[in-house]
Design a protein around this ligand. Structure first.
Ligand SMILES: [Zn+2]
Length: 80
């Protein structure tokens, strides 16, 4: 998978995480599970597999016009 190396567990909270790398030195730690995102200018930032960002919110089941993206792990680390 381009840009996304092995899944591992967060050393702080133990949840599965992944690292998306883009550019040369840029990387972001994300939750391992992608979520379906609906674009929403008042939502939160999610990260695509290529490292670009999408602002949106998690889609309700059955919503069309979604795309899969990852939530930055620092937003969920340690949160149930
Ligand atoms: Zn964590």
């Amino acid at each position: 998978m381009n840009g996304k190396d092995s899944f591992k567990k967060c050393r702080i909270c133990g949840k599965p995480i992944g690292v998306i790398e883009w550019g040369v030195y840029r990387k972001v730690t994300v939750d391992a599970e992608a979520v379906a995102v609906v674009p929403d200018p008042e939502g939160e930032d999610f990260v695509r597999i290529d490292g670009s960002k999408i602002r949106g919110r998690e889609a309700e089941p059955g919503t069309i016009q979604t795309e899969y993206a990852y939530r930055q792990h620092r937003k969920t680390c340690g949160v149930d």
